[in-house]
Design a protein around this ligand. Structure first.
Ligand code: DGJ
Length: 720
C-alpha cells in the first residue's frame, strides 16, 4: 500500500520507499500541500488536527486575502488572493474567472489509468489516488491524479478538468503540477543548450521571485529540457535531498519556481500557456500530460538512477527496451545528400565485414532531394539515386548481411514539393500572414486528422515497399506563426497519434526519434521510441558533456551515440578512434562515417569496438549509473561508471579531455560497489575490495595523452 486516506479524507499520505507526500484539506475545503520529503513514520496514528499547522494560519473571514496569499495550495488558482504562479485559468463568459475550487471527494484506483492519447507511465505498480475539487460557482471539477511507483520513489501526477455544465468554457492555462517547499535554502538545477550543445546542467540558488525555464517552440527543445530539480543547498552528487521533476510531453512547456515573501518556494510544471486556449464543451474533459516527481536522498546521482529505473521499467514500451540493439551505420556524415544505391551497397559490404548489422539510409532518398531545399512530403524514392526503388536497394543490403533502416521527416513539407503544391493550406500558419520558413521547410498541421492520415498512408507505403526494420523520425524546425487556441497541443497529440499507429501497426519496427539532433529528447518521445538521437555534435569530446547532461534524467540505453569521422565535421577536432568508440559505448552504439574510405586499421578497430559493445552492452544499458567528478568539477577528464544491480560487475569509462604537465596524481574514487565484495580489475593484475576502490581510490593508467580513453572492467572475485 502506498496511499493512505487518513481520517476519512482529512488528509492523504502517499508513501514511496523513501519519501512521504502529504495533502490536507483545510477547513473550508481548501486543498493544501502539507509535506514532501523523507519518509515520515506516521503509521496512520497522527491526527489531522496535530498536523494542521503544516497548512499555515487558518482562514478567517476578515483576512481571506492573507490566507489565500500564504496558504500552501496543492493546485493554485488565481482571483481570490493567491498571487503566485498558479495552475489553472478558465474563461466562462466575459473573461477569466476568479476561481475557488474546494474538496469534493476522492477515489482510490488499484492501477494507473490511461491518459487519452498522451504518453504515460505504466506498470503493475501505479496505485492511484484521485482527489476531486469542485468550483464554487462554475460547473467545473478538477481531479488531481497521483500514481505511485514506490520502488523508484516516484509520484506521477496529471490533472483532469471537466466541464459538468451545459455551456462551453475555455481553459487558458492548465498546468500539471505544483509543489510548495517550506522556507529553506534550495538550488534549482535545469538543463540548457542549443543545437549541437544540448542539455548542459545549470545549478543556481533559488532566490526571491520567479525563475523558470520554458519552450514555446512547439517542441521540448534543444534550449531547455522539460526537467528541473529543486535540491537542498547541501545536496551534492552523492548525498542530500533532491526533488526531480520531468514533464512527459514533447511540446511547449513551462517549469519554474517562485519564492513567496514568506519564503515558501512554489514549483510548477505544465503546458506553456502561450497561445493556449482550449475549448471545453459541455461534458468534456481536458487531461494534462503527466509530470514525474522523483525524490532522492542520495543526491543528484540518486535522482538520476531513480529516473533511469523508472523510465526503463515503466515508460519505454518498445520490445527493443531490453533487447540488444543492432549496431548500425548511418550514411549521413558519410555522404550527406550525395549517394546512390551502389554507394550504399559499398558501405553495407564493408560495414558487414566489420560486424555492423544495420544500414540506415538518412536524408536525401526521396522526391528530387539533392540538398535541404526540396521534396519533404513526397515520400517516394528518387529513381535517379535509387534505380529500382527501395526494394532493390534493401534486398541488396540484406544480401550483404545487414538489415535496413530509413530516415523520414513526416511532420514537414518543402515548398518545392508535390504535396505542398497540392495542399498549400496544410501547413501551420496564421490567416493573412506569411509563415516563416526554416531550413526551407514548413510544418504540416498535424493537429488535423486528414493531414495525419495522408502522411501516415505515405509512411506505410514506404514501409510496406521493402523489408525495413528501423525508422529515424526526424523533425528539423520549430513551430512558428501558430494560431491561438488548440493547435500547439493538438499538434503534439497528432505526433503521438502517428507514432502510436506506427508502433502498433509495425510492432517489430525499431523507432529512433530525432529533432535536429537532440531537440526533442523528452519522456514523451521515449514512450514511443526506445532511443533518441542525442545531438548532431558527434565530436567525442563534446559528446562527453552532452551525454553526461542527458544522463541526468534519461537512461544510457536511450541515447543515440555513434562513432564519426575525424577531423570531426562540426568541430574540426581529431580524437583517437578507440576513444570515439569508448564514448559511443555510453549510448545505443553505431557508426556515422564512410567505412569504405577509412584505413584498414580503423576497420579492424570497429571489430574490437563491436566486441566491447557485446561484452558491456547489458551492463551499460541496465546497470546503475554513477557520475564521477569530471570536467565540470575542474578535472582534466570525464569519468563515469556503471554497476550491475547485484554489484557483481562494473565498468569505468575514463576519457582524458585536456593535458597539463606536472599536475598532482589523479585518483578516482569509485562508487556504487559492494563493501563486501572484492573485484578483479581488467587493466592490471589486481583484486581489490570494493571498500578500497571507493575509499582509497584508483589511479588510472594509460590515458595520459590528450583524448586517450580507458575502460576498466571490474568483476567480482568469486571466492572473495
Ligand atoms: C538532423 C539529424 O539530426 C541528422 O542526424 C540528419 O538526419 C539530418 N537532420 C538530415 O537532414
Amino acid at each position: 500500500m502506498a496511499v493512505f486516506v487518513c481520517e476519512d479524507g482529512k488528509y492523504f499520505q502517499i508513501d514511496t520507499k523513501k519519501s512521504t507526500y502529504l495533502i490536507g484539506v483545510a477547513p473550508g475545503g481548501f486543498l493544501g500541500h502539507m509535506y514532501y520529503g523523507e519518509k515520515l513514520r506516521l503509521d496512520g496514528g497522527v491526527r489531522y488536527d496535530d498536523l494542521s499547522y503544516l497548512l499555515g494560519e487558518p482562514l478567517t473571514d476578515r483576512h481571506k486575502v492573507n490566507f489565500e496569499d500564504s496558504f500552501p495550495w496543492e493546485y493554485g488558482m488565481p482571483g481570490y488572493g493567491d498571487f503566485r504562479e498558479h495552475c489553472l485559468e478558465i474563461e466562462a463568459g466575459e473573461g477569466k474567472e476568479s476561481l475557488e475550487f474546494c474538496y469534493a471527494g476522492y477515489e482510490l484506483l488499484p492501477e494507473k489509468p490511461d491518459l487519452q492519447g498522451l504518453p504515460a507511465l505504466f506498470g503493475e505498480d501505479g496505485e492511484t489516488l484521485v482527489i476531486r475539487l469542485r468550483e464554487r460557482k462554475l460547473p467545473v471539477t478538477v481531479e488531481l491524479v497521483y500514481s505511485v511507483f514506490e520502488e523508484e520513489d516516484a509520484i506521477v501526477k496529471s490533472v483532469r478538468v471537466r466541464n459538468e455544465g451545459d455551456a462551453a468554457c475555455h481553459l487558458t492555462r492548465a498546468l500539471t503540477s505544483q509543489v510548495e517547499f517550506p522556507p529553506g535554502d534550495y538550488d534549482l538545477i535545469t538543463l540548457h543548450g542549443a543545437w549541437g550543445r544540448e542539455r548542459e546542467p545549470y545549478r543556481r540558488g533559488i532566490g526571491w521571485g520567479e525563475q523558470s525555464i520554458s519552450s514555446i517552440r512547439g517542441v521540448s527543445s534543444h534550449q531547455a529540457n522539460p526537467f528541473m530539480a529543486v535540491a537542498r543547498r547541501d545536496a551534492d552528487e552523492e548525498k542530500g535531498i533532491v526533488y526531480g521533476m520531468n514533464f512527459v510531453y514533447s511540446g511547449n512547456f513551462l517549469a519554474g519556481t517562485q519564492t513567496s515573501p514568506s519564503g515558501y518556494v512554489r514549483a510548477v510544471m505544465g503546458i506553456h500557456p502561450y497561445q493556449f486556449r482550449w475549448k471545453l464543451e459541455a461534458g468534456e474533459c481536458f487531461v494534462t500530460p503527466e509530470a514525474v516527481h522523483i525524490f532522492s536522498d542520495e543526491g543528484i546521482g540518486g535522482m538520476s538512477r531513480r529516473f533511469h529505473d523508472l523510465y526503463r521499467g515503466h515508460l519505454i514500451r518498445s520490445p527493443y527496451r531490453d533487447k540488444e540493439r543492432p549496431v548500425l551505420i548511418n550514411n549521413w556524415e558519410a555522404t550527406y545528400f550525395d549517394f546512390d544505391t551502389e554507394k550504399l551497397w559499398d558501405i553495407a559490404e564493408r560495414a558487414g565485414e566489420c560486424g555492423i548489422e544495420m544500414l540506415v539510409m538518412d536524408d536525401g532518398w526521396f522526391g528530387h532531394r539533392e540538398d535541404d531545399t526540396s521534396s519533404l512530403g513526397d515520400w517516394t524514392p528518387n529513381e535517379e539515386k535509387l534505380p529500382g526503388g527501395l526494394k532493390r536497394l534493401v534486398d541488396g543490403v540484406k544480401e550483404r548481411g545487414l538489415s535496413f533502416g530509413i530516415w523520414m521527416e513526416p511532420e514537414m513539407v518543402s515548398p518545392d514539393s508535390d504535396l505542398y503544391r497540392e495542399h498549400p493550406d496544410w501547413i501551420i500558419g496564421q490567416a493573412g500572414r506569411d509563415t516563416s520558413k526554416s531550413r526551407e521547410q514548413y510544418v504540416l498541421d498535424f493537429s488535423r486528422r486528414e493531414v495525419r492520415d495522408e502522411i501516415y498512408r505515405r509512411i506505410c507505403r514506404v514501409l510496406e515497399s521493402a523489408d525495413i526494420s528501423y525508422v529515424k523520425w526526424d523533425m528539423n524546425r520549430a513551430l512558428t506563426n501558430v494560431p491561438e487556441g488548440e493547435v500547439y497541443h493538438r499538434y503534439v497529440l497528432g505526433v503521438y497519434d502517428l507514432q502510436n499507429r506506427l508502433t502498433t501497426d509495425f510492432p517489430d519496427l525499431l523507432l529512433e526519434n530525432c529533432s535536429s539532433g537532440g531537440g526533442r529528447f523528452d519522456p514523451g518521445m521515449l514512450y514511443y521510441s526506445p532511443q533518441i538521437w542525442c545531438s548532431d555534435d558527434t565530436d567525442a569530446i563534446e559528446r562527453l558533456r552532452i551525454q553526461r547532461g542527458t544522463a541526468m534524467v534519461y537512461p544510457l540505453s536511450t541515447m543515440g551515440a555513434h562513432v564519426s569521422d575525424c577531423p570531426n565535421h562540426a568541430t574540426g577536432r581529431t580524437v583517437p578512434f578507440a576513444s570515439r568508440g569508448d564514448v559511443a559505448l555510453a549510448g545505443t552504439f553505431g557508426y556515422e562515417l564512410d567505412v569504405t574510405a577509412i584505413a584498414e586499421e580503423e576497420r579492424q578497430a570497429i571489430r574490437t569496438q563491436i566486441e566491447d559493445y557485446r561484452k558491456y552492452h547489458r551492463l551499460i544499458s541496465q546497470g546503475d549509473y554513477y557520475r564521477l567528478p569530471s570536467q565540470a568539477e575542474g578535472r582534466d577528464y570525464d569519468c563515469y561508471m556503471v554497476v550491475s544491480r547485484d554489484k557483481s560487475e562494473a565498468l569505468v569509462s575514463f576519457v582524458r579531455t585536456a593535458v597539463r604537465l606536472c599536475c598532482p596524481g589523479e585518483r578516482i574514487y569509485l562508487r556504487g560497489l559492494s563493501e563486501e565484495k572484492s573485484y578483479r580489475l581488467s587493466d592490471r593484475d589486481a583484486v581489490l575490495p570494493g571498500s578500497v576502490l571507493m575509499r582509497a581510490g584508483l589511479e588510472v593508467e594509460g590515458a595520459e595523452c590528450e583524448y586517450q580513453s580507458k575502460l576498466i572492467y571490474l568483476r567480482e572475485q568469486a571466492d572473495s
